[in-house]
Structures are given as structure tokens and as C-alpha cells.
Design a protein around this ligand. Sequence first.
Ligand SMILES: NC(=O)c1ccc[n+]([C@@H]2O[C@H](COP(=O)([O-])OP(=O)(O)OC[C@H]3O[C@@H](n4cnc5c(N)ncnc54)[C@H](OP(=O)(O)O)[C@@H]3O)[C@@H](O)[C@H]2O)c1
Length: 334
Amino acid sequence: MSAKKVAVVGATGLVGQQMLRTLESRSFPVHSIKLLASKRSEGKLLEFHGEQIPVEVLQEDSFEGIDLALFSAGGDTSKRFAPAAVRAGCVVIDNSSAWRMDPEVPLIVPEVNPDAAQAHHGIIANPNCSTIQLVVVLKPLHDAATIKRVVVATYQAVSGAGVQAVAELEAQSRDILEGRPPRCDIFPYPIAFNCIPQIPQSDAFDSSGYTTEELKMVNETKKIMGDDSIRLTATTVRVPVHTGHSEAVNVETETKLSADDARKILAQAPGVSVLDDPAKQIYPTAREAVGSGDTYVGRIREDMSHPSALDLWIVSDNLLKGAAYNAVQIAELL
Ligand SMILES: NC(=O)c1ccc[n+]([C@@H]2O[C@H](COP(=O)([O-])OP(=O)(O)OC[C@H]3O[C@@H](n4cnc5c(N)ncnc54)[C@H](OP(=O)(O)O)[C@@H]3O)[C@@H](O)[C@H]2O)c1
């Protein structure tokens, strides 16, 4: 691959920072890098391959001469600036939800539907973080035994809500431990020492009672897997974990899979690490997944309430496989 002129939009954010680290760690061929964020960050210095690079303010003309733009600055910014980047001849890989369900925009998880990326018209969408780690595990099970229905409950880390949310978790934890009332600016309830079944915290519930995160999981799974017949229901919950999303998943298949079958299939699956030895208390936790681009699965067992269903525990780093790592893998596909 020839070295690319890369722009990172939202470079100062949690995902943007991981974009830089992932480009470095995967030795992505970067000819030059442009770091873009809001006016608030103008001139701030960020490190890339040992060099201090100043952040520039994102503008419509920021993309002249750029080959690849990695966007992670929220849906409104993507809606407004991704078309300008495409007009400038750039390929955009977008982490926001702005373009994911657009039929003209491929929604890609490289372990699941890499070929779909080639049909892009300038924008490729990176799926929702909870969906990515789910489909990496569902795809090999679907290929082996045809999934009929999935029931998932998520345990999502606070870093999934951005840099200010992490600051709120830290401040509230200190306040509560030191006997002060916790202050809530980002979340509707204290997130420290608590769980909040509303993601994103700012969105109203759908008339059906689902949150937008839950509906993203339903719709994006079908689009990525290329199969509208998979039925899925989700309950998404924010938990006071810094980084690393966990999911309790029940998967009903057309053909019965034993727990051993599933372990063998998943052990061969790309991007999946099986950590599953109940006798030795081995199973994945969020802390261990942090820093890795893999998706971890454990607690694999046959559902005792159903003749053809499995229970699984799936964990991954939401800032890496859930965002930056998946985006850089997409760039590598191109
Ligand atoms: N966190 C995750 O696990 C995760 C996973 C998948 C997808 N995503 C998506 O990735 C995006 C960023 O998430 P994050 O967690 O990195 O958020 P964050 O830590 O809050 O960072 C937001 C970034 O966007 C920039 N930004 C905000 N408004 C802007 C504007 N008007 N013009 C230019 N830049 C602007 C910010 O720049 P300043 O520093 O200048 O404010 C900052 O660099 C969101 O769309 C999110 O949904 C996040």
C-alpha cells in the first residue's frame, strides 16, 4: 500500500487519540497526518510517531490533498463535513452514527463483511461499538448453525460516552467516597457506584420503549450480517467501568450447537479469543480486554431453558475494536 495523507477529525477525543495510537501500532503507511478538532483545541500539540503535531480547526477546506479521513467527532460534524471531504477526493471512515443506515454507505466489520467495503462512494461507516464486538462472535456461529434470535444485555463502559463522561465518573467517585453529593452534568443519574439503563444518556426513548443504542444494535446487526431474518432484542446499560464493554448474550440457532462445538468454532474465528475454563475461573473481563483489538468470549454454555440456544459473555475494548482499531482495519482493507 502506498503511504497515505491522513486526516484525523476529532483527534483530541478518546477515539481520536486511539486512532493515532492504532495507526502507529499497526504501522499504517502514513505519508503525512493532519489533526483536526474544534476551535477549543486549536494549536494544542498531539504526539504522532514521536513528533508533536498542532491541532487545526476543522473547516470545509481542510481536506484538500488528503487521501483518507478518519472521523470521530460526533454525528453532526460528520453530516456536515464528510461530504466536503469526499468532494475533495478523500475516502472517509466515519465513527459516528450519521451514515450507518444509509443504503449507499457500507457498514463494515472486517472479520464479518470485508467485501462490502469496496462498494463505497467515498464514505464507509464504522458500526456502533456494542454491535461490532457482538457480530464478530455471531458471524461464525451464524455460518455454522443459522442464528434465529439473539437476546443481549450490555454492560457498557463510560468511555463510550466520551472524555467528559469519564471525567464525571472520576469526579462522582471522589465525591461519593468523600461524603459529598455527586454532581450530574452528563448522565441523568450518578454513574459512580451505579448502573444506568439508558444509552445514549441524552436521547429520548423510542415510542416502543427502546433506546437508540438498542435500536442501533438491532438494525446494524442485520445490515452487517446481510440477513434481515435475524431477530434481536437488546437492553443497553451504562456501568461505572472506565473502558471495555461486556455483553451477556443468548443465541438461538436453527441447528443445535453444543458448548464444545461453539468453543471450537470460535477458537478458529478471526479476531476472536476464547477465554473459557470455568474450572479455573477463566473468563474475560473488561480490564483484561483493554488495549487489545480482539473480542473475547467466555462463559459459553448451553441454555438450560431451550433445546437449541447458547449463553455467552463477550468483552472488547470499546475504544479499539469498538472504534479506532476497526476503523484502521477498514482503511487497511482499502
Ligand atoms: N467512545 C467510544 O467508545 C466510541 C465508540 C464508537 C464510536 N464513537 C463515536 O466517536 C465519536 C467521538 O467519540 P469520543 O468518545 O472520542 O468523544 P470525545 O472524547 O468527546 O471527543 C470528541 C471529539 O470531537 C471533536 N469535536 C466535537 N465537536 C466538534 C466540532 N464542531 N468540530 C470539530 N471537532 C469537534 C472534539 O474536539 P475538541 O477537543 O476540540 O472539543 C473531540 O476531538 C462520536 O461520534 C461517538 O459516537 C465513540
